[in-house]
Design a protein around this ligand. Structure first.
Ligand code: MN
Length: 258
């Protein structure tokens, strides 16, 4: 039997489960807030065109307005100045949008310390148990932050010193971009960088290193806690916005059960 026929059988029998890692997209979806001197991204907004009424008697439809980086979304290499000559989101090869994924769970550490930073040593310890990070695949970084995603305030977790959300250390970000075999990292927070990364050296090291290495980011993922540490297949579907720096994205995971 062909590989795809076997997969289709698994999907039909339930031995392969499809998990949705995508946050619902609405006006309530949390959005990043930059310091006031910078331009701000738009929250998601629906504008009703007609709803079975005079404006369109048999049909319902909307326009929408959103930032490229609103909700569960994909960061393309050209999002950061380090990757400005790299692919826009429409140029990311489709073959890279279906890839293996592993999950590193640091929800307990992030619960104790919202400024928790992933280090290379943490990844090495994980690899000693689960094997190497997947070549051409994703590192999904679980922090439990998806539980906060119904509240902008809890999600951004800001005080007068700025946002406090877990992320990745500058050294680990550099390693992930330049040395790790993965094509990108996925997170549950509003961006791939820590809330405090504005004051890191370099600032926003995860964006700087990943985009500069032609890699990708996936943010505001949900349900990572339902994934096994290894063995999932991730499907990321950003809108192919020509010249876009990223796009809202449906992200699914195929997981083998039983
Ligand atoms: Mn982004």
């Amino acid at each position: 039997m062909s590989i795809l026929a076997t997969l289709a059988d698994g999907l039909a029998s339930g031995s392969v489960e499809v998990l949705d890692l995508t946050a619902p997209l609405s006006a309530e979806t949390p959005v990043i807030q930059l310091p006031p001197q910078f331009a701000q991204t738009a929250p998601f907004e629906l504008e009703e065109l007609s709803r079975y009424d005079d404006r369109g008697p048999a049909w319902y439809w909307n326009n929408f307005r959103t930032g490229e980086h609103t909700g569960t979304h994909f960061d393309a290499p050209n999002h950061w100045v380090t990757g400005k000559d790299g692919d826009d989101v429409a140029s990311v090869p489709a073959s890279r949008l279906v890839a293996p994924a592993v999950v590193l769970d640091f929800a307990a550490q992030a619960a104790d310390n919202p400024d928790f930073l992933l280090e290379v040593e943490h990844i090495r310890e994980w690899e000693a148990v689960h094997g190497p990070l997947p070549e051409g695949g994703w590192l999904l970084y679980r922090t439990g932050w998806d539980a906060r995603s119904s509240s902008q305030q809890e999600f951004l977790n800001a005080d007068d010193t700025g946002p406090h959300t877990p992320g990745i250390s500058p050294a680990c970000a550099r390693w992930l971009g330049e040395e790790a075999p993965v094509i990108g990292i996925g997170v549950e927070t509003v961006g791939t960088d820590a809330g405090a990364a504005h004051s890191f050296d370099p600032p926003f090291p995860c964006h700087a290193s990943l985009m500069g290495s032609g890699k990708y980011g996936l943010t505001q993922l949900q349900n990572l806690g339902q994934l096994p540490p290894t063995g999932a297949l991730l499907i990321a579907g950003p809108l192919p916005i020509v010249h876009g720096s990223g796009a809202p994205s449906r992200v699914l995971a195929l997981v083998e059960r039983g």
